[in-house]
Design a protein around this ligand. Structure first.
Ligand SMILES: [Fe+2]
Ligand SMILES: [Fe+2]
Length: 332
């Protein structure tokens, strides 16, 4: 046998072994999904599954971090010390959510630096809702009630996502989101029990945040090409429209308690479907904001870049300290 023949033989053997390993991995993966079990970072997974998760989870992490900006805008102007302390805690929670989610995404083989680079270069997305301005204190109420409320509807089913680190992060995050939703509701309730001017402030905020919060569930089902695959992989458990319906069903009785009007003249209960009929959603607006032309896209990105620059010395100091510590360990 010549050397070349021998090489070819070894290569073929090596390839066959890899093929067999991949087939076994794929079978195990399919079994895990079918059994409603969890996929852990070291398990074999299809490349598309990994890519989909990296995209979805890093977008989610980015949204938590960018989402700190519209509310941080009101920390210095909160109407009382108590409100200020609550709002600070809430904004800090969002930073924590971002950090859990970046860590969970790292288990898929992307680094934190890569995700940050993609975000500040404008290549990675975050939720469009955070490109709207916060013009009054009542917006803190509307964001908590509607935006965190929509986030809960989206995220509770994600606690059962097939990728284990994502599901585990969601369990903890959802507990905090429900506190966020209640604090928003409570801000609106206080305003609605106040003067006519305060009631108008609350209603105006609800008018501005209602439709964008419905858009948070993403495009309608017939226009959401990746949804079916995510559902087959059990990352997603319900379709965009199902979640949107569930959200509106939750809002209607709460709006009654608050005494605010949801700004949709076509909103009515449909006995036959046992769900609310909704007026048309302005998807042109959604697409405009998504493609960077929303009211605050440029401002949010600029602020994120500045924060990254401002934090450079902290990263350098932390890296220098870590290097010194590992030098000590090595010497010992
Ligand atoms: Fe959050
Ligand atoms: Fe939140």
């Amino acid at each position: 046998m010549t050397t070349t023949q021998q090489d070819t033989g070894q290569h073929a053997e090596h390839d066959a072994r890899l093929d067999a390993e991949e087939a076994a991995g794929r079978e195990r993966f399919d079994d895990l999904i079918a059994a409603d079990s969890r996929v852990e970072p070291r398990d074999w997974m299809p490349d598309d599954y990994r890519r989909t998760l990296i995209r979805q989870m890093s977008q989610h992490a980015n949204s938590e971090i960018i989402g700190m900006q519209p509310e941080a805008n009101w920390i210095t102007r909160a109407p009382s010390l108590k409100r200020k302390a609550i709002l600070m805690a809430k904004v800090q929670d969002e930073a924590g959510h971002g950090l859990y989610l970046y860590s969970a995404t790292q288990t898929l083989g992307i680094t934190r630096d890569e995700m940050t680079e993609q975000l500040i270069a404008g290549k990675a997305r975050y939720s469009s809702i955070f490109n709207y301005p916060t013009v009054s204190w009542a917006d803190m109420g509307a964001i908590g009630w509607l935006v965190d409320g929509a986030a809960i509807c989206n995220q509770v089913p994600l606690c059962r996502a097939s990728y284990a680190p994502y599901g585990r992060a969601m369990v903890r995050i959802c507990k905090e989101e429900s506190f966020h939703q209640r604090q928003g509701f409570e801000i609106l309730l206080s305003l609605m029990r106040g003067t006519t001017a305060q009631q108008q402030l609350a209603q105006d905020a609800v008018n501005r945040w209602y439709w964008p919060s419905l858009m948070m569930f993403g495009p309608p089902d017939d226009d959401s090409p990746n949804s079916a695959r995510s559902m087959a992989w059990k990352i997603k458990r319900f379709s965009n429209d199902e979640l949107r319906q569930r959200f509106v069903g939750m809002l209607v009785p709460q709006a009654e308690v608050l005494g605010v009007t949801l700004p949709d003249p076509d909103l009515r209960w449909n006995e036959e479907r046992q769900a609310y009929d909704l007026g048309p959603i302005d998807w042109t607006e959604f697409n405009e904001v998504l493609s960077g032309r929303g009211p605050c896209n440029a401002q949010r990105m600029q602020r994120r870049r500045e924060a990254h620059e401002d934090g450079r010395w902290v990263r350098e100091a932390a890296a220098a300290y870590a290097a010194k510590q590992s030098g000590r360990v090595a010497a010992a």
